[in-house]
Design a protein around this ligand. Sequence first.
Ligand code: SF4
Ligand code: SF4
Length: 381
Amino acid sequence: MKYVDEYRDPALAKGLAAAIAAEAEAGRTYRFMEFCGGHTHAISRYGVEDMLPANVRMIHGPGCPVCVLPVGRIDDAIRLAARPDVTLCTYADLMRVPASNGASLLKARAAGADIRMVYSTLDALRIARSEPRREVVFFAIGFETTTPPTALAVRQAKAEGCANFSVFCNHVLTPVAMRAILAGEEEGVPPLDGIVGPAHVSTVIGSRPYEFVATEYHKPVVISGFEPLDVMQSILMLVHQLNQNRCEIENQYARAVVPQGNARALEAIAEVFELRDSFEWRGLGAVAKSALRLRDAFAAFDAERRFEIETKAAADNPACECGAILRGAKRPMDCKLFGTLCTPETPMGSCMVSSEGSCAAHYAYGRFRDRARTQKEGVLQ
Ligand code: SF4
Ligand code: SF4
């Protein structure tokens, strides 16, 4: 497959693994967080961790919008969908995320709520056009990658005068979450040495918004593509920077990311959205200025204002370690429920739902390798 096979070539992977092993200094530990779930998935699927020396360790980050959405917002969506006049449009992954009291959108749909799975914001807009008597609400989630399509759909709905379409907005911001993680590095957990930066998000926002990681936290970031060789090259670049006492924002994914980002996408986001004062994240708690809401000019398309939604805080399942995993403080194998009570078929927490959630990725590809490695080395930190 042109332009994919090249990034999965086993011989090149072995060469990169050897280069990382040669570059990583003995007696020193390198702890890198891959922010995005897409990287977590690639690392687990292609066994990247197995090719790294023992002193280079990957920590899974919070980069999955399914994983970081707090229980209270899922409860809101379920309440919204229970209204007889509402059709709630959502992505498949969200259907199974556990809400309060064992509820989920899937169960709400089985109980009669009109909840439909869509592949894009435009699918929801199409439903609104074809069913003008229904209140069609798009359950919007995602980092900067999925925000421009939502902005375009809202803009389109306004231009058409589509009066029965609205968005329940849960779009969140990557650099702010990164800052929250770096600022809150937990006691007892060794600090991160660097970050494998998001790929898709960076195609929208560019590489500049990460500069604070280098200037304020003195840690390097390498923006990385999602293929295994991309990730391995990024790890090599991070190790190299640290060995040279540098902390810079480097761009391994130069085939798609430019420093200034995508001007048209950023302009659409800025036209439709503004910052929220605060937003609750699963695992990180309330984070100031970390999410978006619709501007007043688009208030008619804002489901929160249209249906007077007031999110109530709701607790996660107390046995679930998703919060600590999303902060990089624990690994899936540290959760007592992993692989026993919590599996992709019976998820107890959000990290087991999306295929890019840390627990789901480990369950699918890494759990046996992890167990062997943990027994050999003790609990990995
Ligand atoms: S679904 Fe994928 S791209 Fe979207 S967040 Fe989860 S991990 Fe990142
Ligand atoms: S195994 Fe399940 S319950 Fe445990 S942290 Fe992962 S998702 Fe949460």
